[in-house]
Unconditional design. Structure first.
Length: 421
């Protein structure tokens, strides 16, 4: 029986595995390394976060992005975005150097088992572990507007479904969303000869400013410090103090997780979008239907106006919703036993442990507990060290029957659930 099974091999899973290996745990790591970055993002995209805020985490800090870039002759400087393919290659380099061998098979099911958990691989092998860390990334949580659900994939896709936009060349495409994924996807489509428009519910699109220089007068740094989530004291708090964020009232945490660092485009993509893409802010799709040659979208404006347009394809760059019930690789019994917050995300203790003893979670699904940093690579460092400490405490503890208590969490029915933080 293993001490720890890590399910997922993206930035969070690999960072957790590196810390767990350094702690001497007997572990296995499953998943295709950096799969989301390699398989679900088109060529030509860039990393929105700063290079210095995009490190995977190993205990000694040896395998950081700047070290990889120096080895490869690449640039890793403040205010110089890194290509996504370079970041994915960095993740593979990190996996080779900082992590035990990764088994690239998919874990199909995790269920409670004797003394811990039983995990079954896609080809039917059963493994047993005392603890499990789920670092499944964002793909289980894809969110598409209700008006577009049920339409055929030839008509509607999510932005994360595309590693190649070439088959849209010469076509008419409508991108829905006002964040970086929507705007950069639209720029890439326009640059390859696609007629493209962006629909967004917000009355106007938001753009991030060029970050302030890394070296600047001390008083400017005091007024607006750098952080892994951008300049400013509020961002600094989200980035650097996730443990304190968790102490905020649950309602405040959920609100901040849902609204902080909302949809916005990077400063370096703005000109590419505004010079080549039709922008239709203040519009929401109320209905959609297939028509010859594509689909018809019925739109409602924030000013009360109504209109319709036809397009050959819709790409919904509408983000992800981290709901407990979308953790489909967990058995129904195990998934149903997890206490959840009002927004549907799993309730967690201070070490990322769920209400089921020994089951730990990482990444986007933890943002309502630990803050907006968990939506970004930057959150992997705090997560990896804190989670592995929690795993070690769990392994030292006597087997626990019943639920762990998470303050402010509700049971499946929404009633209070006894939890240990």
């Amino acid at each position: 029986m293993y001490d720890l099974l890590v399910v997922g091999a993206g930035p969070y899973g690999l960072s957790i595995a590196s810390h767990a290996a350094a702690a001497g745990l007997n572990l296995r790591v499953f998943g295709r390394p950096m799969a989301s970055w390699r398989d679900h993002m088109p060529d030509g995209m860039f990393l929105k976060s700063e290079p210095w805020a995009s490190n995977l985490s190993d205990p000694g800090g040896r395998w950081q992005l700047d070290a990889y870039c120096a080895e490869q002759g690449l640039t890793a400087r403040h205010a110089h975005p890194i290509p996504v393919e370079a970041f994915a290659s960095y993740g593979l380099w990190f996996a080779r150097n900082a992590v035990p061998e990764v088994d690239e098979r998919t874990i199909a099911r995790v269920s409670s088992g004797p003394g811990g958990f039983t995990a079954v691989t896609e080809d039917g092998q059963a493994l047993h572990a005392r603890t499990v860390a789920l670092a499944v990334g964002v793909m289980p949580f894809i969110e598409v507007p209700s008006a577009l659900r049920g339409l055929h994939p030839t008509l509607v896709t999510h932005s994360s479904h595309h590693s190649d936009l070439g088959h849209f060349q010469g076509k008419d495409v409508t991108v829905i969303g006002g964040g970086q994924a929507a705007l950069e996807t639209a720029a890439l489509l326009a640059e390859q000869g696609t007629r493209v428009r962006v629909l967004a519910r917000a009355e106007r699109l938001r753009w991030n400013d060029v970050p302030p220089p890394w070296e600047r007068p001390w008083w400017r740094s005091v007024r607006s410090p750098h952080s892994g989530l951008g300049p400013g004291w509020r961002n600094w708090f989200y980035a650097e103090r996730p443990a304190l964020f968790r102490r905020l009232p649950q309602a405040s945490r959920s609100r901040i997780a849902a609204t902080a660092l909302g949809p916005a485009g990077a400063w370096w993509v703005r000109d590419r979008v505004e010079r080549a893409v039709d922008l239709l802010p203040g519009q929401e799709v109320t209905a959609a239907a297939a028509v010859p040659g594509g689909l018809r979208l019925d739109l409602a404006g924030r000013d009360g106006s109504r209109r319709a347009l036809e397009t050959e394809h819709v790409i919904a760059a509408t983000g992800f919703k981290a709901h407990r019930d979308r953790l489909s690789l967990l058995s129904a019994e195990l998934r149903g036993s997890l206490a959840a917050l009002p927004d549907g995300s799993p309730a967690l203790g201070r070490s990322f442990e769920s209400s089921h003893p020994g089951l730990f979670l990482a990444g986007l699904v933890t943002a309502s507990g630990f803050g907006p940093a968990m939506r970004f690579v930057y959150g992997a460092t705090f997560t990896a060290s804190t989670l592995v400490q929690g795993v070690r405490r769990r392994l030292r503890a006597a087997p626990v029957r019943g639920a762990v208590s998470v303050p402010g969490a509700g049971s499946r029915s929404g009633s209070p659930s006894p939890v240990r933080g």
